[in-house]
Design a protein around this ligand. Structure first.
Ligand code: SAH
Length: 213
């Protein structure tokens, strides 16, 4: 588990790339420049870790493209102390980003292998989520609701109702919605039954699957 000047240099290039692509939030850019993404991937992919691309991780899943992580993180508008729910822990890269933004993070993963691996790995790098949960993100986390924001990092064929219900008034749900291709969608809860919806173009994610595995 090593971070070198070479890795740090590549990270700064990645930050520049994301700026060029329109990411503007300085805290998000700083986090991209800080998190050692190469350590979240299997060693064979070390050379690719700082390209702006998604990559395979364990259990047939992927670590999201840095641009996508940054884009979703911006939409969440995380403030220090916010209670944030993440669906799809995966490698833990997005979880680490949320920790650096100062959130109290609850993250759910449905694949036991990934859940176990990431739960052991994140604290080694000093990233302390409030809770990592092995479970089904379709039902959210009622016991800890309401949340300031919820981020879904897998493609959802529809918007799970529990996630909308578990938002605070003023809270934000960022979720890619669609089957093959997803539309990045932001819901802002305006009242008990009122939600404002904004669409942000097409992205591609691995599917949000029901149940645990
Ligand atoms: N945030 C991750 C992205 C991983 S890809 C990262 O930065 O690496 C999406 C993840 O969502 C996968 O790990 C997949 O197993 C998980 N997933 C899919 N359906 C889920 C569900 N219903 N509940 C929780 N996690 C789910």
């Amino acid at each position: 588990m090593k971070d070198t000047f070479k890795h740090q240099g590549l990270r700064q290039q990645l930050v520049a790339t994301l700026k060029d692509k329109g990411i503007a939030n300085p805290k998000v850019l700083k986090a991209v420049g800080t998190i050692p993404r190469h350590l979240f991937m299997d060693s064979g992919f070390l050379d690719h870790a700082y390209q702006d691309k998604a990559f395979p991780i364990a259990a047939d899943q992927t670590i999201s493209q840095p641009y996508t992580v940054a884009f979703q993180s911006e939409l969440l508008e995380v403030q220090p102390g916010h209670k944030v729910l993440e669906i799809g822990t995966g490698s833990g890269y997005q979880t680490a980003m949320l920790c650096l933004l100062g959130a109290k993070v609850y993250s759910i993963e449905r694949q036991h292998e990934l859940y176990k691996k990431t739960k052991a790995f994140l604290p080694k790098l000093g990233y302390r989520a409030k809770q990592l949960i092995f479970g089904d993100g379709y039902i959210g986390l009622e016991s800890e609701a309401p949340f300031d924001s919820i981020i879904v990092t897998a493609g959802a064929p529809f918007v799970p109702k529990p996630l909308l219900r578990q938002l605070k008034i003023g809270g934000r749900l960022v979720i890619p919605v669609g089957e093959e291709v997803q539309t990045m969608t932001l819901f802002i809860r305006k009242g008990p039954k009122e939600f404002e919806q904004h669409d942000y173009g097409e992205f591609r994610f691995v599917p949000l699957l029901e149940d645990k595995n």
